[in-house]
Design a protein around this ligand. Structure first.
Ligand SMILES: [Zn+2]
Length: 495
């Protein structure tokens, strides 16, 4: 740069650019920039303003995309001439954009995936390309704009174009991501496919859930349920509690729905909630089970909830506060120590409070509810339900199901023009969804998202005693799921 200058600033403090004219502006990973740099507004726009004095300015935005609807790079790409890279097939010559849907691999006789067989199939003639074929084809490709040029050029590439990545590694990363759930899948979609992630926030159809209810003895826990949590929603005149059983892969069963009349001002209401903590539900194998954790919402009558939680103890009860927004890697944070008031006395740091990113668990619940499930026939033949499957008992009524499906995720514009994902109520009452989210948070707090295989087998052993006769008795069909799948396919490429 003879006579020039190179200035590097952080997106959180673009004021570092304030006094400088910029001709060439390079913004990297713009999807990770904050919406606003302090009170100054969009950091990209702030930086852009520094370039206005140059007739020959150049502004480059680069990023891995994030969420659909809120991604900066997606918005910028849509304003561009939208170039994609077209590659000729070595067999038939047809030019095409390389997409993940054309990547295929074989399965072994046991249905196990064989990533080492991964190949790319021509969209036109279906010829299978090996890595070397693909790399040679990419070297003969060229950019094609999909929109007329209006001052902005935009380029999109995914990892399939990379001369450093074998398809085998991509398939391993994909399988690993898929078994890891939303968080890891989003990373794969964003970083490997270079695509935005679509939040699955559409409310499932309550009638469909109604038709899919299952019959088991009311008040009992089906065999796959290994521990219980509850979510409690405090209202003015009542406390609503749902008790959920959880199994491997966070498969869950609604075990009980309890409405305690009276409100937070009524001591008998709290006494009955305390009684509920001592109550037990019988596991299919005859073992009585208590609620391992109850998460209770502190939003309505905070001090009454703290006082009660203090009295019964934080080992079994977790006061929670719901906050808007997604936090997939840490949907629950805490506990933080908060002040409590008991019998008119203020106790410094007398209670504990966990913070729950409710969006994450709402989206997860809806995704689990929408999941395909095996037919009754396949279940009889030993097929396992996919991880996360939500089982609803025959006594679930339409009102409860309407509450569970009472919200949907929509993209809204903030007053300052930023796109934001937000949950909107479709119906006034949504207690069933709230209590589900709290019960799910309780499972997280209990540690269920981090338990080892050994821990799960241990719980299975404990519940099987004394009723279990043979090893297959506890949950036939469960053996169909290789427990160590996630570790077995962990790829070093995803880092
Ligand atoms: Zn072809």
């Amino acid at each position: 740069f003879p006579g020039g200058h190179l200035t590097i600033v952080g997106a959180n403090a673009p004021s570092g650019l304030a006094s400088r004219p910029i001709r060439l502006l390079l913004c990297d990973e713009v999807d990770r920039y904050p919406f606003s740099a302090g009170a100054e507004g969009d950091p990209v726009n702030l930086a852009r303003k520094r370039t206005v004095t140059f007739w020959n300015r150049k502004i480059v935005l680069v990023s891995t995309p994030t969420n659909k609807g809120t991604s900066r790079i997606e918005a910028a790409y849509q304003e561009s001439d939208q170039r994609r890279f077209w590659v000729p097939c070595p067999d038939c010559g047809a030019e095409q954009v390389l997409t993940w849907t054309q990547v295929r691999w074989s399965k072994g006789p046991e249905g196990d995936h064989r990533p080492e067989t991964a190949r790319y199939h021509c969209a036109e003639c279906d010829a299978a390309w090996r890595d070397e074929t693909r790399w040679a084809a990419v070297s003969k490709g060229h950019w094609v704009a999909e929109q007329p040029f209006a001052g902005v050029v935009g380029f999109h590439l995914n990892e399939i174009y990379s001369p450093w990545v074998r398809l085998e590694a991509m398939v391993r990363a994909f399988l690993s991501a898929r078994s890891g759930g939303d968080e890891t899948m989003k990373t794969f979609v964003n970083t490997s496919l270079g695509e935005t992630w679509v939040e699955t926030g559409e409310a499932p159809d309550w009638q469909r859930l109604y038709d899919r209810r299952e019959a088991w003895k009311p008040g009992t826990v089906p065999a796959g349920g290994l521990f219980l949590t509850a979510g409690a929603d405090v209202q003015k005149d009542r406390v609503e509690v749902d008790v959920w059983a959880w199994g491997r892969g966070l498969e869950s069963w609604l075990v009980d729905h309890v409405v305690i009349e009276g409100g937070p001002g009524d001591p008998t209401c709290w006494q009955r909630l305390t009684d509920l903590l001592g109550r037990s539900w019988t596991h299919a194998n005859g073992v009585p089970m208590n609620i391992a954790r109850l998460a209770i919402d502190t939003g309505y009558e905070t001090s009454a909830v703290y006082a009660w939680a203090r009295q019964v103890g934080f080992a079994q009860v977790a006061p929670v506060k719901g906050v808007d927004g997604f936090n997939r890697s840490a949907p629950v944070t805490g506990p933080t120590y908060v002040d409590a008031t008991v019998a008119g006395k203020r106790l410094r740091r007398g209670a504990r409070l966990w913070t729950v990113a409710t969006s994450t668990f709402k989206a997860e619940t809806y995704r689990f509810l929408r999941q395909e499930r095996p037919t009754a026939e396949e279940v009889d033949a030993g097929a396992a339900f996919p991880p996360g499957t939500i089982h609803l008992p025959g006594w679930t009524d339409s009102e409860w199901l309407k509450q569970l499906t009472a919200e949907q995720l929509v993209t809204v514009r903030t007053r300052r023009g930023f796109a934001k994902l937000e949950w909107q109520k479709l119906r006034e009452r949504n207690e069933a969804l709230d209590t589900r989210v709290y019960a799910r948070a309780a499972a997280w707090i209990a540690g269920a998202d981090r338990w080892s295989e050994a821990y799960w087998s241990d719980m299975e052993r404990q519940l099987a005693v004394p009723a279990r006769v043979d090893a297959a008795g506890i949950n036939p069909g469960r053996t169909a799921r290789p427990a160590s799948r996630r570790r077995a396919v962990r790829s070093n490429y995803m880092g």
